[in-house]
Design a protein around this ligand. Structure first.
Ligand SMILES: C[S@@+](CC[C@H](N)C(=O)[O-])C[C@H]1O[C@@H](n2cnc3c(N)ncnc32)[C@H](O)[C@@H]1O
Length: 236
């Protein structure tokens, strides 16, 4: 099976790109439906510029492709059809301006400094500017296990722990323990949180209260009981 991303790695120019090898297979699956589409895309982290051409050539020619880096020298990597902006991914005012100028986005990739405050501030500021059905991807989340990056095993406030909390939050429709597990707005916005080795992908979806469906003799009925019933002892 062809893999655009592996093929790209075999056809780079002098602008280096850096990814963990297994991301190339993850991206091939994750991005399959987006190839050739006109998207609004944001990547944090330019480094030597190698990912700019990879993404530009992957998406449709009418796409809006924005890249951010804290290093001013990254401006030189801007290609036709792309924009490189310089600023700090933990600077809320800068991110607000980027979102207002280039958002809302279909896809956001955080491949920047990989420190906890950077990843969390970027997620907090940019998530509201991700479109319905959009993807928010954070690379190199192994730094959540590195104290030097603000992480550490099960460290409260690491990006991985924040993403794990999102899993609880988007299930909060079903709380039966309001005193410790309150309804959270993320339940109306998060479709999925996928954990890969060193990569977290959060998919957005605006949702109303989930419901179950029954069908008998071709007659479909829906019920919100799974959400509204309290103090359950049995699922039936
Ligand atoms: C891993 S490299 C990016 C690699 C690139 N995305 C690629 O695929 O080849 C990380 C980049 O993040 C940038 N960076 C570090 N801290 C940052 C911050 N606070 N805000 C924005 N960019 C930052 C660095 O200057 C560096 O160029």
């Amino acid at each position: 099976m062809t893999n655009y991303f592996r093929d790209y790695f075999g056809n780079t120019d002098d602008r280096m790109i850096v990814k963990m090898d297994h991301y190339l297979d993850i991206y091939a699956k994750l991005m399959a439906d987006w190839q050739g589409k006109e998207v609004s895309f944001l990547e944090i982290g330019v480094y030597k510029g190698g990912s700019i051409r990879m993404w530009r050539d992957f998406f449709g020619s009418g796409s809006s492709l924005t890249f951010l880096d804290i290093d001013p020298s990254c401006v030189e990597f801007q290609l036709e059809g792309t924009t490189v902006e310089i600023g700090d991914q933990s600077d809320k005012a800068f991110l607000k301006k980027i979102a207002e100028t280039y958002g809302p986005f279909d896809i956001i990739i955080d491949d920047g400094g990989h420190k906890m405050d950077q990843q969390k501030t970027s997620f907090q500021m940019l998530w509201p500017h991700l479109k319905d059905r959009g993807l928010y991807i954070v690379e190199d989340t192994h730094t959540s296990y590195w104290p030097g990056f603000g992480g550490g095993y099960r460290r409260k406030g690491s990006f991985i722990e924040t993403a794990k909390s999102l899993v609880d939050q988007f299930h909060s429709w079903y709380t039966d323990q309001e005193e410790v597990f309150k309804f959270h707005a993320a339940a109306k916005q998060v479709h999925s949180v996928a954990f890969y080795d060193s990569m977290v992908v959060v998919e957005k979806e605006h949702k109303d209260m989930p419901f179950s469906v029954t069908s008998q003799n071709g007659k479909i009925a829906k019920s919100h009981k799974v959400v509204t019933a309290r103090n359950r002892k049995s699922i039936f």
